[in-house]
Design a protein around this ligand. Structure first.
Ligand SMILES: NC(=O)c1ccc[n+]([C@@H]2O[C@H](COP(=O)([O-])OP(=O)(O)OC[C@H]3O[C@@H](n4cnc5c(N)ncnc54)[C@H](O)[C@@H]3O)[C@@H](O)[C@H]2O)c1
Length: 272
């Protein structure tokens, strides 16, 4: 059975750990780390098969594990991703926005080749990435429109230089249009899906991101459109937020669980 190390014991990390503990993912969770000691202790408390809590994130990959699951933050990716690969462990990254920094992307991509290890990026809160990957050389335009309740967007750096009053919005309003690259710095907490789309499509400078605030919605909705020689594709995903962390969609958690289950299973692999 594969041996797993977990970095980040919040909404996503907890559900992954519970899926391993229940046998849904055929693996052993051996080590965990969270910068919040309360978060790691509270997770271990919930598990029948107790992993060891390590003292710092770099220690995770020093043990005989197969893969580290990052479900923490972009800073965690910047801090430890390279050393995990250097320690010859695979890595699954949830904080995908970190990879839109080209220096980080190039360093990690080279490290995968040098150390013969793989980084897995689950499809997260969107669908349709299998199609986008297949047609990437024929895409002429690619866009994603993300619609959320204003409270899910509040606090983003974008509002430091904007006169939009999010508390005063009474109807659906487009508040941003730009490239995925621009969106990373202005909406870092909402960029994972746009980052994934641009990484498997036409890059962060050609992927257009629209952000819409809708005071009447209770969902996180992503609408993706791609056009080119292949034809035209559209996908709309209406996600319910996870009750433990409303910023994270339930689908993002299920997608992480399925990616890890596939990694840990010997079976017929379905899909591109
Ligand atoms: N790829 C996707 O589609 C997708 C979807 C939702 C969330 N995410 C990302 O996944 C990550 C986890 O999401 P979540 O909903 O579980 O968040 P969460 O806030 O519920 O949990 C994150 C946990 O990581 C810990 N943490 C943060 N920085 C850390 C660090 N540097 N070292 C160690 N621990 C650290 C926090 O203490 C917290 O317990 C976030 O970066 C989020 O943006 C990705």
């Amino acid at each position: 059975m594969k041996r797993i190390g977990l970095l980040g014991c919040g909404a996503i990390g907890t559900q992954i750990a519970l899926s391993i503990d229940s046998g849904k993912i055929p693996a052993i969770l051996t080590h965990v780390y969270d910068s919040s000691k309360e978060a790691s202790a509270s997770l271990v408390e919930k598990l029948q098969n107790k992993p060891v809590i390590v003292e710092n994130s770099h220690l995770l990959s020093s043990y005989p594990i197969d893969i580290v699951i990052e479900a923490a933050s972009q800073d965690a990716v910047k801090d430890v991703a390279l050393s995990i690969l250097q320690n010859k462990k695979d890595l699954m990254i949830m904080s995908v926005g970190a990879l839109l920094d080209e220096t980080i992307y190039d360093v990690l991509s080279d490290a995968c080749k040098d150390f013969k290890k793989t980084i897995y990026l689950p499809s997260g809160a969107i669908a349709g990435l299998d199609g986008i990957k297949s047609i990437k050389d024929e895409i002429e335009s690619l866009s994603i429109t993300t619609t959320k309740h204003p409270r899910s967007l509040k606090g983003a750096k974008f509002f430091e230089n904007s006169e939009i009053n999010m508390d005063g919005l009474t109807s659906k309003t487009k508040i941003f249009q730009g490239t995925a690259k621009e969106a990373v710095s202005l909406f870092p907490a909402n960029i994972n899906v746009a980052a994934l789309l641009s990484l498997c499509g036409v890059g962060s400078e050609k992927t257009i991101v629209n952000i819409v605030a809708d005071p009447a919605t209770d969902k996180n909705t992503h609408h993706i459109e791609a056009s080119g020689k292949f034809g035209h594709m559209t996908f709309t995903i209406e996600n319910f937020p996870d009750p433990n962390n409303p910023k994270t969609s339930r689908l993002a958690i299920l997608s992480a669980i399925e990616t890890l289950r596939k990694y840990c299973s010997d079976e017929i692999q379905i899909g591109t």
